[in-house]
Design a protein around this ligand. Structure first.
Ligand SMILES: NC(=O)C1=CN([C@@H]2O[C@H](COP(=O)(O)OP(=O)(O)OC[C@H]3O[C@@H](n4cnc5c(N)ncnc54)[C@H](OP(=O)(O)O)[C@@H]3O)[C@@H](O)[C@H]2O)[C@@H](O)CC1
Ligand SMILES: [K+]
Length: 481
């Protein structure tokens, strides 16, 4: 599991640790890790040209100390000092002792040095940065982006908001980010995460001083431990039966895709309820289909409701019936519009809402653009407002449930934004719910497998191919399955 902490938490842990160590120890640990990472990115240091963009805080200090180490190993280092009279004194002295030269941030000289660099170290600001980059820093960030050099962000790409992943203005676009002590939420959440590049964590000894995280990201081993596995004496009810209420005369395909996802989610059987039965059976003969309302469909351990449902009276009635049940319910697509919001809040069994940014905006009476630019705040707000587990789909899918760290899904690809992709995710996640995972785990594991399937399916793909790919990625996560 990867854990991420807010600036306030990181600073508190650093204060405790620093009080037990000689002054400067943490910065030297950070600089040593950073210099080693730069050396390996440049495949050596001798005769490499390195430009340091150094702000006046400790982030600039880290960059200057690391650059001094590179200079001692043969790199030619030029430091562009954003405010020369406030540059980190220890870092600057170390760099000068190692033979590095410095420049004030005058555009012409700085631009020329950047144009000739093999590697640029972005030490403009770290966790002390506030708001969008100031004009001089923004100019350097743009020049670095346009250069051919490898851009390495120190702790984080300058200009991103470390706590939220928002990008309030110009930011550095890094090829790699070397972060210290712990991940920060902004490194893992878009739009900021898009500018992080390859992410490396340098351990500076903070671990024992960190409380529960603000954000976490599952990795293969975490997902493997959560995947349902049938054991000796079992039957379909013990493995879980998932009910899928999806599709309409107009959109029978949504029913097929949701059932396709559900059949790959580990439940023992899939019950389909709705007008798409013929199409569903034609593609998946193992589905148990019923034509009546959900309440007459027979026993299920979890429901999925919404994909392609339309919005007629029968659809509205089906949503209300499903929400009235006492088993976990996943509410997606049309059902997010049709559901009585108070009925969602009153439920005692788990509810999972799976909106994309547009649907999330409607549920919160907010703007879609605001949701996309501040995903973490909005997913938490939704979970709170609806007293539900919320999976906010998008470039970085987030899963929130009150009282727990938000989860960010580390898999996925922009190719997943294709028609029907969400229907497969709903079926898959509902199936994991029926198999007994908690709402938060089912949503996280569903997003993880769905994202991996998106990465593994040859592109460009259609949503039905994603469903077909799930067994393969399941086995890649859990080879002993
Ligand atoms: N603490 C520790 O133990 C360890 C900390 N470590 C390192 O310290 C870093 C934090 O250092 P920090 O606290 O000095 O802040 P930092 O990120 O350098 O920024 C302050 C500077 O930014 C400027 N500035 C602000 N906003 C700006 C903007 N929008 N646009 C432009 N400039 C802006 C601000 O200017 P001022 O307002 O003072 O004029 C000031 O000069 C952390 O990220 C990690 O790298 C590691 O060594 C490990 C041990
Ligand atoms: K930085």
């Amino acid at each position: 599991m990867r854990h991420a902490y807010t600036v306030e938490t990181v600073r508190a842990a650093e204060r405790t640790l620093m009080s037990r160590l000689p002054p400067g120890t943490l910065m030297q640990r950070a600089a040593a890790g950073l210099a080693a990472a730069c050396g390996s990115l440049m495949h050596g240091t001798y005769s490499r040209r390195v430009v340091v963009l150094a702000g006046s805080g400790d982030n600039g200090g880290d960059a200057l100390y690391a650059a001094a180490r590179l200079a001692r190993r043969g790199a030619g280092v030029t430091a562009v000092l954003l405010t020369p009279d406030k540059a980190h004194p220890g870092g600057l002295a170390a760099l000068r002792r190692a033979g590095g030269r410095t420049l004030p941030p005058e555009p012409e000289a700085a631009d020329q040095a950047i144009a000739q660099a093999h590697l640029i170290l972005d030490g403009i600001v770290g966790i002390g940065g506030r708001g969008g980059l100031r004009p001089q820093a923004a100019h350097l960030a743009r020049t670095a982006r346009e250069s051919r050099a490898t851009v390495v962000a120190v702790d984080l790409p300058s200009g991103i908001d470390p706590d939220t992943g928002e990008t309030p203005g110009e930011t550095v676009h890094a090829d790699a980010t070397v972060t210290f002590g712990s991940y920060k939420p902004g490194l893992l959440i878009d739009p900021a995460a898009e500018h992080v590049g390859a992410l490396r964590l340098i351990d500076i000894g903070l671990g024992p001083y960190l409380p529960p995280p603000e954000l976490e990201a599952l990795q293969h081993a975490d997902v493997a431990a959560l995947l349902p596995t049938p054991v000796g004496e079992t039957d379909k009810y013990r493995r879980g039966v998932v009910g899928v209420v999806a599709g309409s005369e107009r959109y029978p395909g949504a029913a097929v895709l949701a059932v396709g996802g559900a059949l790959r989610g580990g439940a023992g059987a899939v019950r389909y309820v709705g007008p798409g039965a013929e199409a569903v059976i034609a593609r998946y003969p193992e589905t148990l289909v019923t034509s009546g309302p959900p309440s007459k469909a027979g026993r299920v351990q979890a429901w999925v409701v919404g994909p392609g449902l339309g919005d007629d009276r029968a659809a509205r009635q089906a949503v209300a019936e499903v929400l009235g049940s006492d088993v976990p319910v996943l509410v997606d697509a049309d059902a997010l519009r049709l559901a009585d919001r108070d009925q969602i809040r009153r439920r005692t069994a788990a509810t999972v809402l799976t909106p994309h940014a547009g649907e999330a905006a409607a549920l919160l009476s907010a703007d879609r653009a605001d949701v996309e630019s501040a995903r973490l705040a909005h997913v938490k707000q939704l979970a709170e407002a609806y007293q539900a587990t919320v999976l906010l789909k998008g470039s970085t899918t987030l899963i929130a449930q009150r009282g727990h760290p938000v989860r960010v899904n580390p898999t996925g690809t922009a190719w997943l934004s294709t028609a029907g992709s969400g229907d497969v995710l709903s079926g898959l996640t509902g199936s994991l719910l029926a198999a007994g995972l908690t709402a938060r785990d089912a949503a996280s594991v569903g997003a993880y497998l769905h994202g991996l399937a998106g990465r593994e399916t040859p592109v460009p793909f259609g949503a039905h191919e994603l469903a077909d790919r799930i067994p393969q990625v399941w086995r890649s996560v859990h080879p002993r399955t």
